[in-house]
Design a protein around this ligand. Structure first.
Ligand code: FMN
Ligand code: SF4
Length: 442
């Protein structure tokens, strides 16, 4: 079932004429002919949950915005910096009007008149494509004053970030958009009440907003029949790592994860087995090969103590030491921590150092306990969830691959001892030589 990716590779889909020829902007016309409350009802009926990471119900989030005449903002989160995630990039590049149409409909439902697409700095091509599409949409009267004579007006600006993972966190993003350093804010107040420029703000991910035209076309109730009760609709998943056919796939929520990893992405290379996999980006706790039949939806993945996150499945096969995986993850979060909270700033750094000690043979079994306890002290104790984003996968690796960590530690210790032995032998030989030399000289 393809909704967002339906004929996504059609040539020229990024342009207005091709998009309109396929019924593009019909959902906007339909929405503008309804009262905003009715549009909101459709969004709520669809059961659409945010596709950016937290999985919060979109309709509910819109309903949190205060009612009445005031400046309200709609911000599209196109930062897409969770490792393994590259679905928004394909959507924006191939079908930018789908996002723009969704954004206009959502702004109408939310009563927002000013909007921004905050796109990660590295997405230069996608920002250009969005700008070009926006120009066409403005010319056609879909964006600007009194859209299609509905009385609804919307300004829309594409704003490029400067390349920091933390600017994907919604409040860090807002600070960055305001021209400040992108640091997360203390919540509450939540953006719905005090967001951009202290005004009520709705923030949604690219895929979430791009799904809105489909919901308006199908009707919320019909959309809710797709997927499973608690995770309706389809989802774009980015599959990467040790698979034969990496890429973006659109799936109906609730299908077995095995069908995605083996069926769509072709599974690991010949002769290799799945060792572990991240179901929702590098911040999701890892699952093992025994957990491949878990249905791919928000609640089922939560039941096995992981999460759907951004929908980025990273597969690791049995050729990779778990320590390498853990180090890669920990180094990324250490680098991206904004440094504001001690558990995150220090905890990410300690974790990297402890993993390096295991690798170099300096660690003792107690280090593994300390490392596990550091993760526990990070979780739930920070301003934003970047700290947890490292602690959750690292904890899961310690629990599920403890024996491998211990074996790695012992092998590294043996290597270090052997190296020491060689060094001692070399020293003894050198001592003997100098003693001989001294004797000869005497
Ligand atoms: C450290 C961090 C990075 C994040 N990065 C992104 C991102 O790149 N894109 C995104 O849509 N959401 C990201 N999020 C989630 C956002 O804070 C927010 O929940 C999301 O944009 C809301 O949109 P949604 O409800 O449509 O999912 C991130 C969260 C955290 C804590
Ligand atoms: S958890 Fe980390 S990234 Fe988030 S605010 Fe604290 S220090 Fe910054």
């Amino acid at each position: 079932m393809k909704l967002l990716f339906d004929r996504i590779d059609e040539p020229g889909l990024n342009t207005l004429p091709v998009y309109e020829a396929r019924g593009g902007y019909e959902s906007l016309r339909k929405a503008l002919a309804m009262p905003p409350e009715a549009v909101l009802n459709e969004l709520e009926a669809s059961g659409l949950r945010g596709r950016g990471g937290a999985g919060f119900a979109m309709g509910k989030k819109v309903s949190f915005l205060p009612k009445g005449a005031m400046d309200k903002y709609l911000v599209c989160n196109a930062d897409e910096s969770e490792p393994g995630t590259f679905k928004d990039r394909e959507l924006m590049q191939k079908s930018p009007h789908m996002l723009i149409e969704g954004l206009i409909i959502a702004s109408y439902a939310a009563g927002a008149n000013r909007s921004f697409i905050y796109i990660r700095g590295e997405y230069v091509l996608q920002a250009d494509m969005l700008d070009a599409a926006l120009h066409e949409a403005r010319e056609q009267g879909y964006v600007g004053e009194n859209i299609l004579a509905s009385g609804h007006s919307l300004s829309l600006v594409v704003h490029r970030g400067a390349g920091a993972y933390i600017c994907g966190e919604e409040t860090g993003l807002l600070d960055s958009l305001e021209g400040k350093r992108g640091n997360p804010r203390l919540k509450p107040p939540f953006p719905a009440n005090q967001g951009l420029y202290q005004g009520p703000t709705l923030i949604n991910n690219v895929e979430t907003l791009a799904t809105v035209p489909t919901i308006m076309r199908m009707g919320g109730d019909q959309y809710a029949k797709l997927g499973v009760e608690t995770s309706t609709g389809t989802k774009l998943v980015s599959v990467s790592g040790h698979v034969q056919r990496p890429g973006n796939y659109e799936i109906e929520l609730g299908i077995p994860s095995r069908e995605i990893i083996y069926g769509l992405a072709g599974g690991p290379p010949e002769g290799r087995e799945v060792k572990c996999w991240f179901p929702g980006g590098s911040s999701s706790p890892v699952l093992t090969a025994d957990e491949l039949d878990v249905p791919y939806d928000f609640n089922s993945l939560a039941e096995v103590r992981s999460m759907l996150g951004s929908g980025a499945i990273i597969v690791v096969d049995d050729s990779t030491p778990i320590l390498d995986v853990a180090l890669k993850v920990a180094k990324f979060y250490r680098h991206e921590s904004c440094g504001k909270c001690t558990p995150c700033r220090e905890g990410t750094n300690w974790t990297v150092k402890m993993l390096e000690r295991i690798d170099s043979g300096e660690a003792t079994p107690m280090d593994l306990e300390i490392m596990a306890s550091v993760q526990e002290h990070i979780m739930g104790n920070c301003l934003c969830v970047l700290g947890d984003a490292m602690a959750m996968p690292i904890s899961s690796m310690i629990v599920k691959f403890r024996e491998e960590f211990e074996a790695h530690m012992q092998a590294a210790q043996a290597r270090a001892r052997a190296d020491l032995g060689v060094a001692d032998a070399a020293l003894t030989a050198a001592d003997a030589l100098s003693a001989e030399g001294a004797a000869a000289h005497a």
